[in-house]
Design a protein around this ligand. Structure first.
Ligand code: AHG
Ligand code: MN
Ligand code: MN
Length: 333
């Protein structure tokens, strides 16, 4: 039997678990955006989408052409669903309102339209990340304050990875499921259900080039991993760094591990590199749904109440045992 399509999955969720049709429509709109971005990614230089856009985003980072293209695709596809009252994107400094001529709906969405930008031009995996919150007001006049909700409020979260396969990974809160895009028909089909992340790990991911800037808790934790079978952890660990959180999370969901992007002293005013609302919180929701954990070193990422839509945060996520240990080291200092 051909596996379930995303559309069939969402219909079943509506019938059996009362999924709101407006939320189903929004998720379907996101999957359309991802399919369009995926096709640009696949064409690369042939579609003229590689290289720099010549602009900077609110974070002061150079925007790649594909960052800008993916953002525009997301904004348009989401606005057309009539399911949201507003959007927050990594690539846009202010909240994005729904155009007056289109209807608004009961949800808010935060997204990183293209994660892993430094991988675009070298043909390595990249992705898109999103999380969906309830809208406190159904209005065209949405403000930053409407978005400043802790990750515990997230109703649905997911990412799409553009790698050897295009896969959409989704949680509506109860379980984590994976869909693979069928290149022949363009349909996303269910290929994994009830995804769980193992509690222990033997693989870690961190950008080691920043080691001299880390805090003592991270120095201690990583040095113990590096000591392998001869050290206090009494086993050997492997290391990976893809430089796209989507790809690191995807690997951890398949074969376990821990991912870290700690706070560091390169930029003491910055509590981390990754952004809370459209990178860390959706991935934390995914990890917790799959039985893993995600903290900023001190508290669960989902408990943090954002102070700003582009706020940054330190991230430790993946296998529960490992995340708990590195969090304890932070608390012990
Ligand atoms: P983005 O491309 O959306 O700016 O995000 C990239 C992020 C994250 O996905 C990745 O883990 C990290 O930046 C890589 O950072 P380094 O280049 O510092 O390793
Ligand atoms: Mn990103
Ligand atoms: Mn991005």
């Amino acid at each position: 039997m051909t596996p379930f399509s995303l559309q069939q999955y969402l219909s079943l969720e509506q019938r059996e678990h009362g999924l709101d049709p407006a939320l189903a429509r929004l998720i379907f709109g996101i999957s359309d955006a991802c399919a369009m971005i995926g096709s640009k990614v696949r064409s690369g230089a042939l579609a003229g989408v590689l290289g720099l856009a010549g602009t900077e985003n609110v974070q002061g980072e150079d925007q790649k052409k594909l960052d800008v293209i993916s953002n525009d695709i997301f904004v348009e596809a989401v606005a057309r669903t009539a399911s949201v009252s507003g959007m927050v994107s990594e690539e846009v400094d202010h909240v994005i309102r729904v155009p007056d001529e289109l209807p608004v709906g009961p949800y808010l969405i935060c997204f990183d339209p293209l994660d892993g930008s430094s991988n675009i031009d070298i043909n390595v995996s990249i992705g898109s990340i999103f999380s969906i919150l309830p809208a406190p007001r159904i209005t065209h006049d949405v403000s930053d304050a409407d978005f400043l909700q802790p990750g515990r409020n997230i109703l649905a979260a997911g990412y799409c990875i553009y790698g050897p396969q295009t896969q959409l990974v989704l949680t509506l809160g109860r379980s984590l499921v994976m869909f693979t895009r069928d290149p022949a028909t363009g349909t996303f089909r269910l290929t994994r259900e009830e995804v769980k992340v193992s509690e222990s790990a033997k693989e870690f991911a961190i950008n080691m080039s920043n080691q001299r800037f880390w805090e003592p808790a991270v120095q201690r934790y990583v040095s113990e991993l590096l000591q392998g079978a001869e050290g206090p952890r009494a086993k050997n660990y492997n290391m990976r760094w893809i430089a796209a959180m989507v790809a690191e999370v995807h690997r951890i969901l398949q074969r376990g591990g821990i991912f870290m992007y700690p706070r560091d002293s390169r930029n003491p005013d910055r509590p981390g590199k990754l952004r809370l609302m459209y990178e860390a919180a959706p991935m934390a929701k995914i990890m917790e749904t799959a039985g893993g954990a995600a903290t900023n070193g001190l508290q669960p990422i989902l408990d943090i109440v954002p102070q700003g839509i582009h706020e940054r945060v330190a991230v430790f996520l993946g296998a529960k045992e490992e995340v708990t240990r590195v969090t304890e080291y932070h608390k012990a200092k």
